[in-house]
Design a protein around this ligand. Structure first.
Ligand code: SF4
Length: 207
């Protein structure tokens, strides 16, 4: 907070507030087990310290309701979208269009963006196959549109159907159960909300 006040006095136009260090990078790049919006109260503290320039808050802010509420309540002035923009570059457009349910959310896995960048210097995304390689994976219009049948509404089946439809094919997807999602539904059972550990209890060291 003292540094924020100094930066304002130096003429800075705004502050993008973040937390974490190299040894606690999970706070700066919070994984899925850290609650969305966990940074709001910390960013708000900058205003409460008397800083008047805009405060921007990132890190797990890809819940539209949390972001809107934090801004409406005057806690922060704007949000930063890093990984959510990698997962869905159209996120802001979908909010403006009133279709937030169409947003492809970042799941906080850190696998294909941060981990892969650290390994081979390339940013990809676990939920956005186009990220980092649009030339290879951008769906091309089919020269001859066909009727396509996809059997199975799991992740692979749904993505195959989606991609085929984007290419202009006439797609029918068959699923034996009455819900889509396949094994992802089972995996999702483990998602537990509100498990954010307190800041002083570090979830473990890097590596
Ligand atoms: S790989 Fe994609 S979904 Fe996973 S954390 Fe990175 S941006 Fe989010």
């Amino acid at each position: 907070m003292e540094i924020a006040k100094l930066l304002e006095s130096y003429g800075y136009d705004g502050l993008s507030v973040d937390t974490g260090t190299l040894d606690s990078y999970y706070w700066a790049c919070p994984p899925s087990y850290i609650e969305r919006g966990y940074m709001v109260e910390l960013a708000q503290a900058i205003h409460e310290a008397g800083v008047r320039i805009p405060v921007i808050c990132g890190s797990r802010m890809n819940d539209v309701n949390i972001a809107e509420r934090a801004i409406a309540d005057g806690k922060i002035d704007a949000i930063a979208l890093g990984r959510p923009s990698i997962a869905d570059p159209d996120l802001p457009r979908k909010v403006v269009a009133g279709t937030p349910e169409a947003i492809r959310p970042c799941i906080g896995c850190n696998q294909a963006c941060i981990h892969r960048y650290g390994q081979i210097g390339i940013v990809n995304c676990a939920v956005n196959p186009l990220m980092g390689r649009p030339e290879s994976y951008a769906p091309q219009r089919a020269l001859v549109p066909r009727k396509v049948v996809v059997v199975g509404g799991g992740v692979a089946g749904m993505e195959a159907a989606r991609t085929a439809a984007l290419r202009g094919h006439d797609v029918t997807l068959f699923e034996k159960s009455d819900v889509l999602g396949g094994n992802l539904r089972t995996a999702g059972v483990l998602i537990v909300r509100d498990r954010t550990p307190a800041l002083q209890h570090s979830p473990g060291r890097r590596g």
